[in-house]
Design a protein around this ligand. Structure first.
Ligand SMILES: Cc1ncc(COP(=O)(O)O)c(C=O)c1O
Length: 738
């Protein structure tokens, strides 16, 4: 087992120095290739056969680039020198210097990057051809905190990294050539499966033996597992066994105490256990680490910037609590404004907000279905959905995760058979699915589900907790991603906890259904209303993703994808719905003052495109390095399979105690049973728009080192880490992962 603590000798944010003598096996500084992600450049890579199929998505991405960007330099397989980068950076800063008002343009046009800035900012004093690991450690010193580029951004670099290169952007949009869900997940070698099963068998056998003898020979330590004074044992089932015998050994990976903003970086309290993880003591030191463990997809959970300023203004005006449920005297004007904005954002007629995402599902589902109704649920649906279904009293059928054939088979069966015993038709059939599955990184096959709906006539309830704000060219979730009209889905649910950096959830649908839910849902009658600062954060972040239309603006025209890309054989749905227009200014509170870059939507769009690039880059890069990675490449959650339980704490600890010279610690989340099937334990990288390309390079290098050490490359490695880093743009624009 790895050490259950890490020590920071010089206080917060100091990279660990205990392994500084490790040989500099990695390149001395990040290699940067300023390649175009246009089809012509992608034809140079080893995905020649896919050039045509990637052409459309590449074209969309090229067309979507900011018009004022400097032309990308196509220097294939060239490591751009530090001096060249610094001159590019200087030129582009000059280019923007006249535009004082537009914060966004300053960030999007500079052809420099944070990575290049590190080199140009620090390497000048060093002989780059002869760097020692101490030099590299110096380059990365305070990497997470020190902004190396001049920027007008008000957001702290440690919370939101500056990444100016316009080539490192992508548009999250369905490419019909890319499979939505693979027919078969990749399998590890039999040896890995065998050793994983043996690990669990040993754990179970030895654990039960220890329990058996412990209860007899050390009864004081096992008192809580045995009946006492006529009372039953408090906790003696399998969950208790699993928690004591497995989870406790991994305990240092979970519930890590942290402080500050869960942004690009996060500050962890260092801790130490002397009793095999039963308890932890804080050592009094902290470590700032690169954070890939929070759902802060767009980086809006921030302590500075336009949203935080708006929240501060709100607290001065409204205080911090509505102090009651909606049906009492706690429906503020902010609630109505938020609901109008949410309805507009998701493209539905009406919406209702609830103070907790979990409660949104668990209180809405019982208000929609009951006895005599049938819920058909994906087997991997979130606990809040399963809880809501159980409360509702409706019958339940589960189908295999994302398996459309299995879903159709069940639909045929339940429609032909009707209710059990009586065979009466079901009162309602409600299909409950998620847009993006957070443990699997898999996307719902929405076009197929809608086809089935048209054929079999059932209602759809779509939970977009992880896809809203994170997927689609406009950030409006999976409907936007696939280019389908959101009104084809009966009920849209989502949470504000992730992309919007707030808390709570929403339900959206037709006005008729929403009016009924407002009366029937326990959330509106019995739960506290969302607090004003949270509502402000939701309005500000959502408004900046949408952009706010100036008063009396003419409505936007339909966006005709196929027309704008005429001649291209690949057909994404034409005529994206107008519902994805900007927010009308009258919906926002009059006192809310947002900076121009948020108001005009440029910042929101930029964040969406940064997130899309980061997601595809890391997902493709890890696959090329030989890891088994689940999920869709556009998913901002990337599960990397670990399998062996013994490797989980090691992976988590080694990522934090980095081995190589670029010692920036990385905080990751490992997940295991019961959140996943027993043997497919994994680490989930949660990416954010706040991460820079250099951050993703760092993660790839770290995974390469640690994965090699722990023997976690279960697949076929087709590229070295340096090749992956230098061909980031080709990997992102390629239509196939392998
Ligand atoms: C699919 C899904 N639905 C609902 C929720 C509950 O949301 P919240 O954490 O905001 O309560 C989650 C939480 O992660 C989720 O993943």
């Amino acid at each position: 087992m790895p050490r259950s603590t890490r020590k920071s000798t010089s206080g917060a944010s100091t990279p660990p120095s205990s392994l500084s003598s490790s040989p500099p096996t990695k390149p001395l500084y990040p290699t940067i290739s300023l390649r175009s992600s246009s089809p012509s450049s992608s034809s140079n890579n080893n995905n020649n056969g896919n050039t045509m199929s990637t052409a459309r998505s590449s074209l969309i991405n090229v067309l979507n680039r900011p018009h004022h960007s400097t032309p990308s330099t196509s220097i294939s397989n060239t490591i751009v020198t530090a001096s060249k980068l610094s001159s590019i950076a200087t030129n582009s800063t000059d280019f923007n210097s006249s535009d004082e008002d537009t914060l966004y343009s300053d960030q999007s046009t500079a052809a420099s990057s944070y990575a290049s800035s590190i080199i140009s900012g620090t390497a000048s004093s060093l002989d780059k051809s002869n760097l020692t690991s101490a030099d590299i450690a110096k380059i990365y010193e305070n990497y997470l905190e020190k902004p190396f580029v001049n920027t007008k951004s008000t957001i702290k670099h440690s919370e939101f990294g500056h990444c100016n290169n316009p080539n490192w952007r992508w548009t999250s949009q369905w490419n019909t050539d890319e499979p939505i869900h693979p027919t078969e997940e990749p399998h590890p070698p039999y040896f890995t499966l065998l050793t994983t099963y043996i690990s669990y068998i040993l754990l179970i056998v030895i654990g039960h033996m220890r329990d058996f003898f412990g209860k007899r020979f050390r009864p004081a330590e096992y008192a809580h597992l045995m009946p006492q004074n006529g009372y039953a044992a408090l906790n003696s089932d399998f969950d208790s066994f699993y928690t004591r015998r497995l989870k406790q050994r991994l305990e240092d990976c979970f519930a890590r105490p942290v402080t500050g903003v869960a942004g690009r970086s996060i500050v962890c309290y260092d801790r130490l256990s002397t009793d095999e993880n039963k308890t932890f003591n804080l050592t009094g030191t902290t470590t700032r680490a690169l954070n890939v463990s929070s759902y802060n997809y767009l980086g809006f959970a921030s302590s500075t910037g336009g949203c935080a300023d708006a929240v501060e203004a709100c607290i001065k005006k409204y205080g911090v609590s509505g102090a009651g449920p909606r049906h009492d005297a706690s429906t503020l004007d902010l609630h109505t404004q938020t609901e109008n904005l949410v309805a507009r954002f998701v493209g539905q007629e009406s919406a209702m907000v609830v103070s907790m995402g979990y409660a949104t599902n668990s209180t809405t589902i019982p208000a929609l279905v009951g006895k005599g109704c049938l819920v058909i649920s994906d087997e991997f649906n979130h606990a809040s959905i399963r809880f809501g279904v159980r409360l509702s009293g409706a019958s339940l059928r589960s189908f295999k995760h994302n398996d459309m054939d299995d879903l159709e088979r069940i639909l045929r069966d339940v429609i032909s058979q009707g209710q059990p015993r009586t065979h009466r038709p079901w009162k309602k059939i409600l299909l409950i699915v998620e847009g993006l599955y957070s443990m699997e990184g898999s996307l719902l096959n929405l076009p197929h589900v809608l086809e089935l709906k048209r054929r079999y006539k059932f209602y759809i309830y779509l939970d977009e907790a992880h896809s809203i704000g994170a997927m689609g060219p406009n950030g409006r979730g999976v409907c936007d991603y696939f280019g389908v009209d959101p009104r084809e889905v009966d009920i849209l649910m989502g949470t504000f906890t992730k992309s919007f950096g707030a808390a709570g959830g929403y339900i959206a649908g037709s006005k008729q259904v929403m009016d009924r839910l407002r009366i029937r849902s326990h959330a509106t009658c019995y739960a506290e209303s969302i607090s004003p600062p949270l509502l402000t954060q939701i309005i500000a972040s959502m408004g900046s993703i949408m952009g706010v239309a100036p008063p009396l603006a003419t409505p936007p025209a339909l966006i005709d994808d196929d027309k704008s890309l005429s001649g291209d054989s690949v057909s994404v749905r034409s005529l994206r719905p107008t519902v994805y227009g900007p927010a009308p200014s009258h919906i926002l509170p009059t006192w809310m003052k947002l900076p121009l870059n948020l108001l005009n939507g440029t910042e929101g769009r930029e964040r969406l495109r940064r997130l899309a690039f980061n997601s595809r880059y890391l997902s493709s890069g890890l696959r090329k390095l030989g890891f088994i990675v689940y999920g869709h490449r556009d998913s901002p959650i990337i599960p990397l399979l670990i399998y062996n339980p013994g490797k989980m704490p090691w992976f988590s600890q080694l990522m934090l105690d980095r081995l190589g010279p670029d010692k920036t610690p990385i905080v990751v989340v490992v997940v295991a049973y019961p959140a996943t099937p027993l043997i497919t334990s994994r680490v989930r990288f949660c990416l954010s728009a706040s991460h820079t390309k250099n951050d993703i390079d760092l993660i790839l290098r770290a995974c390469d080192e640690v994965g090699e050490l722990l023997g976690m490359k279960y697949g076929k490695q087709t590229m070295t880490v340096e090749e992956v880093i230098s061909s980031a743009e080709e990997l992102v624009s390629a239509s196939h992962a392998e």
